[in-house]
Design a protein around this ligand. Structure first.
Ligand SMILES: [Zn+2]
Length: 496
């Protein structure tokens, strides 16, 4: 489309769509790059991928020339409810995050506040080409909160997984609640391809392993567990060991961060087939530990990428890919420099992080029908193309372009399950005005409940007085004290 033409109308729902003449990254087993290729979508499926495709009569053509066509991106860990406080915690550490949400103010979120954050976050995903998002929803203090979370996700035409959690109570408590179980069963049995379910809780390392009952509930229900593992000063090797010794490490398990762990834990993860969700921007800024990219390569652990929470960072996988490459390369160079060596060949390539952001997420979620562009798969497709941008050409290294050059404003078209949800850089059928009103209501509620002084102080916190209680264990539900985190305790070995 030249700049003088009026903006084109979005494709009509239900009609076939073909993206013509783009550079297609299939992200299949062979990770093929197809120059000047077409992607045909019929119904909710990819009907064909190749050059000069014949298409059914009435197919809407989208000009993809000069652009990159790739699978929809997948975020395997985002606390979507916290998007209602976008950017509030920009200068937080993980400790300040724990104090704010876990210990002090997370309990003030009403069901409608969970819904407000979820809806905005879900829309943000589509805008950025993230077609599948795992809602690591650990603010579900009641089933009403969970119903609100689900309603909000269903109101946005993306693919989501509700990872049910509740930081205000022990996971052995809420997983025993018949009402919670009924909701989990409903999501599991719903047959809704756009809504999956996981159970989300952390393992503190308490030797009495109180989380055991929650793992047993997950196993009974046949629902995968996602857990923050290897988070400095919160979860560590003890949690991994307890999970392993009791037989709860499975191929479906997702270990979020998995940063501050020893070789023994990475071996247990690799041996049991689970995957690690790397949230590099979070790990760099909050302090869970260095993103474990060296270890996942070393031990052959499957990887997906995630954004964690928009209380710091926006829900944007371009940022995730870029941060992950940068952090790995910084570590590789620094480790070499400390030994007087020079890195001449990088171990982590741009292609790899694009894989992690697409098919890696699909594999982590046990979905072989998304994450790549191959005939027969679900049609979750992103076109990156911005003819007005000087950053859009030349297009020489397509993986490098996605990871280091592109950004959300370059996302031209997005399809989820064959439905066009963004076209010509505009979201289709989504009105932000009521979403803005809903967010404002949540902020009014929080500010009036907390008071302006507490609200302002929370955004610009002073350094915490070293309260041992907070630093030892952010979870209210256990009195367990981890001696390894105290002065004079056992020397810790960093993950890298
Ligand atoms: Zn998290």
């Amino acid at each position: 489309m030249s700049q003088s033409e009026p903006p084109a109308e979005p494709p009509v729902a239900g009609r076939p769509v073909v993206l013509r003449g783009g550079t297609v990254l299939t992200m299949g087993d062979a990770s093929t790059v197809l120059p000047d290729a077409d992607v045909l979508v019929v119904g909710d499926r990819l009907a064909a991928v190749g050059s000069g495709l014949d298409v059914p009569e009435g197919t809407r053509e989208i000009d993809a020339r000069g652009g990159i066509v790739m699978p929809g991106m997948i975020d395997t860990h985002r606390h979507m409810w916290q998007t209602a406080m976008r950017g509030y915690g920009a200068d937080w550490t993980l400790t300040q995050y724990f104090v704010w949400y876990y210990l002090e103010h997370g309990k003030h979120f009403r069901p409608q506040d969970i819904a407000a954050g979820n809806r905005l976050s879900a829309i943000e995903s589509l805008d950025a080409g993230v077609t599948t998002t795992v809602d690591w929803s650990h603010g579900l203090q009641s089933v009403e909160h969970a119903e609100a979370a689900v309603e909000a996700l269903r109101s946005v035409p993306g693919r989501f997984v509700l990872a049910y959690g509740n930081i205000q109570a022990g996971p052995w408590e809420w997983t025993a609640d018949p009402a919670v179980r009924a909701l989990l069963e409903r999501l599991r049995d719903g047959g809704d391809d756009l809504m999956g379910v996981q159970i989300a809780f952390d393992v503190t390392g308490d030797p009495s392993f109180p989380e055991r009952a929650a793992f047993e509930a997950a196993r009974e229900l046949g629902i995968p567990v996602t857990t923050h593992a290897g988070v400095w000063a919160a979860t560590n090797d003890d949690g991994i060991r307890l999970m392993h010794e009791h037989g709860f490490m499975t191929p479906e398990t997702i270990y979020v961060h998995a940063a501050t762990l020893t070789a023994d834990s990475y071996q247990r993860i690799a041996a049991t087939g689970g995957s690690i969700s790397v949230a590099t921007e979070s790990e760099c800024s909050a302090g869970q530990g260095h993103a474990p990219t060296a270890q996942v390569l070393q031990y052959g652990i499957p990887v997906s990428l995630s954004m964690d929470t928009s209380v710091w960072w926006s829900g944007d996988m371009f940022s995730a890919m870029r941060a992950t490459l940068n952090a790995d390369r910084m570590a590789e160079h620094m480790d070499a420099h400390l030994k007087g060596d020079t890195i001449t060949h990088l171990r982590l390539r741009a292609q790899r992080v694009v894989e992690w952001a697409t098919r890696g997420g699909a594999a982590a979620l046990g979905r072989d029908d998304i994450g790549s562009l191959q005939a027969g798969k679900r049609a979750d497709v992103v076109l990156i193309k911005n003819d007005r941008s000087p950053v859009s050409f030349p297009l020489l290294n397509p993986y490098g372009h996605v990871a280091f050059q592109a950004q959300r404003a370059d996302v031209h078209t997005v399809l989820v399950n064959g439905r066009v949800v963004k076209f010509a850089h505009e979201l289709v059928g989504i009105d932000l005005a009521p979403v803005r009103t809903e967010i404002e209501d949540t902020l009014d509620h929080l500010r009036s409940t907390l008071g302006e002084e507490v609200w302002a102080h929370g955004m610009f916190p002073e350094l915490p007085s070293a309260e041992a209680e907070v630093l030892d264990n952010p979870y209210r539900y256990s009195d367990y004290k981890d001696q390894s985190k105290r002065a004079g305790g056992e020397e810790r070995v960093l993950g890298r």
